[in-house]
Design a binder for this molecule. Structure first.
Ligand code: DON
Length: 303
């Protein structure tokens, strides 16, 4: 299938809607300055075919898309032990909610809410230089050198009161081993990585290849571990909108408040859409529409 005309048509038909609905994330001041009038889409198939359209080469802040890759690092390094302090249930709550942590003894519902990613990051900080390892993983997976946006990391650190609360609360339950400040610093840097749609479509490629590195082909994760990440994306990757995503799109997806969404069609392709204006749950509004159009036009779905 030639995907290029499909992506171009999706971008052309959604462009008139840019700026009409949704809000750019404003709780991180550096993100509030991003223009909402941008839309990009890119994909890479298992056999290496690529297609991209719109603002697909414009770098943006990956934000919670990093949670996909911190979990990958955690699973690769720790195997089953990563699940000792993290659940696998959808939270049905906003991504930065504190409410369940109290009754659930500081064990986050899943690795894709902020509390869960902080717990994963803590384990990574114990093992190695978590910031350097994240950059090394992402650069290797997309075949280009990627960087932190230090301004975004500093901006988030200056307003990250909820994340500080989550990390301290988990620490009070004995679920965080390292200094909270060190865990937060790694987490904020992971979220601040700047990448474009094409780089992310490539980087996620192991998720449609049973865990094989998208370029080198060697196993990054096992087939079983990869299936588990995809299932977590479907149930937890878009927070309290996960049901709506499964209903409208029917693919494992992971979103970030920078406006990016990564989606996986197992054994076929990975893709990334980006448009900065968000709906109430923190997912890209037009990104969601673009994915819905893509699955409707191609018939690709896991169902
Ligand atoms: O910790 C935060 O709040 C942000 N750095 C990331 C949140 C995020 O991307 C949620 N995704 N939709």
């Amino acid at each position: 299938m030639d995907f290029q005309p499909v992506l171009e048509e999706i971008v052309a038909s959604l462009r008139p809607q840019l700026g009409l609905e949704g809000q750019v994330a404003s709780y991180i001041p550096a993100l509030a300055r991003v223009s909402p009038l941008q839309l990009g889409i890119a994909l890479r198939t298992c056999d290496g075919q690529e297609a991209h359209a719109g603002d697909s080469l414009t770098p943006f802040s990956i934000q919670s898309l990093s949670k996909l890759f911190s979990l990958t690092l955690g699973m690769r390094e720790m195997g089953e032990a990563i699940w000792e302090r993290i659940g696998r249930e959808p939270s049905g709550n906003p991504f930065n909610s504190l409410v369940q942590l109290e009754s659930e003894q500081g064990i986050p519902r899943n690795p894709f809410i902020n509390a869960g990613a902080l717990a994963v990051t803590d384990r990574l900080v114990t093992l190695f230089d978590a910031k350097a390892q994240m950059l090394a993983l992402l650069s290797s997976l997309c075949g280009e050198t990627v960087h932190f946006d230090e301004e975004v990391a500093a901006s988030e650190a200056s307003t990250g009161f909820r994340n500080a609360a989550l990390a301290n609360f988990m620490k009070s339950f004995g679920r965080i081993d390292n200094d909270v400040s060190e865990v937060l610093d790694a987490y904020f840097h992971h979220c601040s990585v700047s990448m474009n749609c094409l780089q992310l479509a490539r980087a996620a490629g192991f998720l449609c290849r049973d865990g094989a590195h998208p370029f080198a082909g060697e196993p990054l994760l096992s087939e079983r571990q990869t299936r588990r990440i995809n299932s977590l994306m479907l149930t937890c990757g878009t927070y309290d909108a996960a049901g709506e995503f499964a209903f409208r799109i029917g693919l494992p997806c992971k979103s970030g408040v920078g406006g990016g969404i990564v989606a996986v069609v197992p054994d076929k392709l990975t893709m990334c859409v980006w448009s900065p204006a968000l709906e109430a749950s923190g997912n890209s509004l037009l990104g969601m529409k673009a994915l819905e159009m893509f699955t409707a036009r191609t018939g690709l779905s896991i169902f």
